[in-house]
Design a protein around this ligand. Structure first.
Ligand SMILES: [Zn+2]
Length: 249
């Protein structure tokens, strides 16, 4: 009998806190997540596993960032309003992030006054912050709408469609079935290959677009941000279409 075992990541929600979100450009409510590495048998784990890291997930834009739970006064078990969480978990946020909040105000109100260095950093940073989401997504198996529809269509392509076609086409039943099966495999393969691009368009562009909107980056600035990701061999570099992003500016 084949026993599937090994180590797997276990993600556990440990509470909520207020913190700064560089994608939303301001304070937001975050969910704190403990990431552990636990032994599994048939992907069933016991316990939270050995601590690997902590993540914080912005509840507005769903971006995942590194977290240090010790940096908060406390964590709230319940998801509360931003004002409430700022009071209880991170009352010094305005002082701690003062320089960044001032810079964000400049981005929103007077972007023309940004120095070239500030502008370059503010354009490149969100690409690097959102890239890990794409890496994580592509590294996992997900049945999105495209793949689900391809599987459903393929089921009909190898069951009902060959039966109907044999009645109207002058070919052997086996050839028709083989042709339908090849088409089904090609459709599924195409949907699997383009799943990453669909994820970027559905999940990353709607977050990155509004983030960059105040800066109105030029095509060359966007291309150089993507070139940096490409140099780091990040999957987002080849799956993000600049034209999709420019619709927001
Ligand atoms: Zn956010």
């Amino acid at each position: 009998m084949l026993i599937i075992w090994g180590k797997t990541h276990v993600r556990k929600n440990i509470g909520y806190a207020a913190d700064f979100c560089p994608i939303c450009r301001g304070p937001q409510v975050f969910k704190l997540i403990r990431v552990g590495l636990a032994s599994h048998v048939y992907y069933i784990t016991s316990g939270d596993g050995e601590l690997v890291s902590h993540d914080r997930e912005c509840q507005q834009c769903k971006t995942l960032l590194n977290a240090n739970p010790d940096g908060y006064l406390t964590l709230s078990k319940k998801k509360q309003s931003l004002a409430e969480l700022m009071k209880t978990t991170f009352p010094s946020l305005p002082e701690v992030y003062k320089d960044r909040l001032d810079l964000e105000e400049k981005v929103m109100k007077t972007p023309a006054l940004l120095t070239p260095q500030e502008r370059a950093i503010m354009i490149r940073t969100p690409f690097h912050l959102l890239s890990p989401l794409v890496e994580m997504r592509i590294g996992q198996t997900h049945l999105d709408t495209g793949i689900s529809l391809a599987l459903l269509g393929s089921f009909f392509l190898v069951t009902i469609v060959p039966v109907l076609l044999t009645k109207i086409l002058p070919f052997d039943e086996a050839i028709i079935f083989l042709a339908c099966a090849i088409i089904a495999l090609l459709v599924i393969g195409w949907q699997l290959l383009t799943a990453g691009s669909r994820y970027v368009k559905r999940r990353i562009i709607p977050v990155l677009g509004p983030n960059l909107k105040p800066l109105r980056p030029t095509e060359s600035e966007l291309k150089s941000a993507l070139a940096e990701l490409k140099a780091d061999q990040k999957k987002m570099a080849t799956r993000l279409k600049i034209a999709d992003l420019q619709k927001y500016f």
